[in-house]
Ligand binder design. Structure first.
Ligand code: ADP
Length: 207
């Protein structure tokens, strides 16, 4: 792994470890890490699909770990709000954690609205610079369907004027232009999981 991104620590030098990624994978018995990044509106199904994918990968013997954006806001990202800078920082931190997990040999599954394309692109670049597979999965369930499902009641609260800055209502969502996988809202969870597993089996990601 290499250092990357802007650093506020000019006096800190990167300390190289003794192990190669391959040696670590051998010890784990793992095939290779990757990051699968689910982006889409609230209620689109990111967490549901990612959790089902996590269960399937682990059942198949491929270590995986779900980094759920809402859950991370209870800890690592608990100090962040919802303006653009905070959302970008949320994506940056989560991307750094996912990269570490992928480097360690896990399939890191990230479910995060991540509305801004540039921030998602920076996470992709971080992985690519490090030789780590990155799959962007756009859960493209349309807003009307997200609002109908509304598992957390956010769309209803926005509708009643009790919540501002909901992505897709009064905050922007920049849809991916070149996601590796698009999951449309009418796909069932099992079919969605199957699509992503299929993508993970492509030679570039199946290492
Ligand atoms: P997000 O993580 O994108 O905010 P969630 O996964 O938390 O979304 O919520 C999606 C909701 O929609 C869940 O209650 C889930 O059971 C429901 N749902 C209905 N159909 C689907 C589907 N085809 N794919 C994913 N979730 C679905």
């Amino acid at each position: 792994m290499s250092s990357s991104g802007p650093s506020r620590s000019p006096d800190v030098t990167w300390h190289r470890g003794e192990l190669t990624r391959e040696r670590r994978l051998e010890a784990l018995g793992a095939r290779g890490g990757a990051t699968v990044w689910f982006t889409g509106l609230s209620g689109s199904g990111k967490s549901t699909i990612a959790a089902a994918l996590e269960a399937r990968l682990v059942a198949e013997g491929r270590p995986a770990y779900l980094l759920d954006g809402d859950n991370l806001r209870h800890g690592l990202n608990g100090d962040l709000g919802f303006d653009q800078a905070a959302r970008d920082e949320n994506v940056r931190r989560t991307g750094e954690v996912a990269r570490l997990f992928a480097d360690a040999g896990l399939v890191a599954l990230v479910s995060l609205v991540s509305p801004y394309a540039a921030a998602r692109g920076a996470v992709r670049a971080l992985h690519e610079a490090d030789g780590l597979a990155f799959l962007e999965v756009w859960v493209s369930t349309p807003p009307e369907e997200c609002a109908r499902r509304d598992p957390k009641g956010l769309w209803a609260r926005a509708e009643r004027g009790e919540l501002s800055g909901l992505t897709g209502v009064d905050a922007p969502y920049e849809a991916p232009r070149a996601a590796e996988v698009e999951l449309t809202g009418e796909l069932g969870v099992a079919a969605a999981v199957g699509r992503v597993c299929g993508a993970l089996e492509r030679p570039t990601y199946a290492r």
